[in-house]
Design a protein around this ligand. Sequence first.
Ligand code: GDP
Length: 198
Amino acid sequence: MADAPRLNVEFLTSAATLAQCPPQAGPEIAFAGRSNAGKSSVLNRLTGSRRTAKVSKSPGRTQLLNFFDVAGGGRLVDLPGYGYARAERAAQAKWQESVNEFLSHRDALAAVVLVMDIRHPLQPFDLELMEWAHPSEMPLLILLNKADKLKRGAQGKVQSSVQKAVADQPLTSVQVFSAMTGQGLPELVAILERWLAG
Ligand code: GDP
C-alpha cells in the first residue's frame, strides 16, 4: 500500500464561529456526519495519518470547526460530529448554530462530504443536510462508510437505494467506502482532487 492515494494535509486552526474562521484561501471541502458514522476514521484513512482526526477529537476541539491545509491547495474542514438525539439537545443547538452559519455563509465552501454508516443511511440529520445542499447548489458526496460490515451484494443494494433517493439532485453522488479496508479510497481521492482543483 506504499503507493496508496491520499491527501497530504496539515492542521491549520480551529474555529467556534464563522468570524473565527481563517481568511479564505482556495476551495474548502467540509466533512459532516453523525457521531460514530466514522468521519474521523475516513479522514485518517484519506490522509494516511492517525494524527489528522486526533486533532479534531482532542479535548475542547470536538465542538469546533477544524481546518486542514491540503498540500497543493485548498482545505478540508472537519465539522463537529452531529450528536445522537435526546440527551444532547443543547449540544445540537450549538452544532446547528456554528455549522449552519458556516454552511450558509462561507464563500470558499466548494463541496461537502457527508459520512454515513452504510447500515444506517439517510438518518434525519443526513436528510436535513441533503435538503440544504440541493437548493444551495452545493456539490455533495454521500460516503457510505463501514462497507466492510456488509457483503458486496448488500453494499450495492444500499448504494442503489440511496442513489434513487437523490435521483433528482444532480450535484449529489453516492460512494461506497470503508475506512477500515480502504475500499473506495482511490475514488474518494479523485473526487476531492477534482473539487480542490476548482
Ligand atoms: P466519528 O464519531 O464519526 O468520527 O467516528 P469514528 O471515526 O470515531 O468511528 C466510530 C467507530 O466506528 C469506531 O469504533 C471506528 O473504529 C468504527 N469505524 C469507523 N469506520 C469504520 C469502517 O470503515 N469499518 C468498520 N468496521 N468500523 C469503522
